[in-house]
Design a protein around this ligand. Structure first.
Ligand SMILES: [Zn+2]
Ligand SMILES: [Zn+2]
Length: 109
């Protein structure tokens, strides 16, 4: 009999703990909701995003050109993503290459 009472007591204790945890979870949810409302994305970040193209998959700066697909990709795409093993160039390289070729063509004509 004494054992049963102890068990019951334990169950009650556990119920209390559960309620406490639920209360805490509610509070956390409310707090994070408040924080989420207060913290609107800073305009600075939006500005840089507009200036620099970001990979939609990795949110990284698009600075590599995939020659195989003729598309602009980020370093993650080139190394681990869909463009792994493709013929890739750094954007700067391609730009200078194009400039060089244009200069050569200008000399020829
Ligand atoms: Zn990417
Ligand atoms: Zn590719």
């Amino acid at each position: 009999m004494a054992e049963k009472t102890a068990e019951k007591h334990q169950v009650e204790e556990e119920d209390k703990k559960k309620q406490e945890i639920e209360e805490l979870e509610k509070q956390i949810a409310e707090t994070s909701e408040k924080i989420g409302k207060q913290e609107t994305p800073t305009p600075k970040e939006e500005e840089t995003a507009a200036e620099e193209e970001l990979c939609s998959e990795h949110q990284r700066k698009v600075e590599i050109i995939c020659i195989t697909d003729r598309s602009r990709i980020c370093s993650n795409c080139a190394l681990f993503g869909a463009h792994k093993g493709h013929d890739i160039r750094m954007e700067n390289e391609v730009v200078s290459e194009i400039t060089l070729r244009t200069e050569l063509l200008m000399q020829i004509y």
